[in-house]
Design a binder for this molecule. Sequence first.
Ligand code: UDP
Ligand code: MG
Length: 157
Amino acid sequence: MFLTGTGAACFARAQYIMIKPDGVQRGLVGSIIGRFEQRGYQLKGLKLFQASEELLRQHYKDLTEKKFFPSLLEYMLSGPVCCMVWEGTNAVKVGRQMLGATNPQESNPGTIRGDFALDFPGGLRVVRGGFVGYFRGYLPRRARTSPGLPRREVRWE
Ligand code: UDP
Ligand code: MG
């Protein structure tokens, strides 16, 4: 599910995108996939996955000290996420633009968060409340700076 380590590093032109539990529950998977296809990106991996606490702690390891981390963890455990790898020109940068700002209230209209989200999943109300941001783009830095890395198959954990 979550791309880690060498698996991710093989995709310099690829971006890992995750539709978080509320996006799956609200039936937004199709619309979101459609946006990336429309833009010209190619779907290289897709999986519906229930994350474990251990994996989430690893995935969000840079955020574990944040105040909102416990509620983010609770929220992320509340249902399956949809994991995707999108490949194409400048996928990391453009993918990020398509998602919009991390804070959905600062996301421009026309971005995914700007069109579908209003609040953080970090707020305790969110698990029950609805509108949240659902994405986390992730690729290790060395993948972004090493476009010559050989491509291998996507390895989902
Ligand atoms: N998050 C939150 N409150 C904040 C900042 C972040 O709940 O003040 C959550 C939000 O769900 C976000 C996730 O933590 O998607 C990961 O944060 P990151 O900075 O990696 O943002 P992203 O890559 O999702 O834009
Ligand atoms: Mg992030």
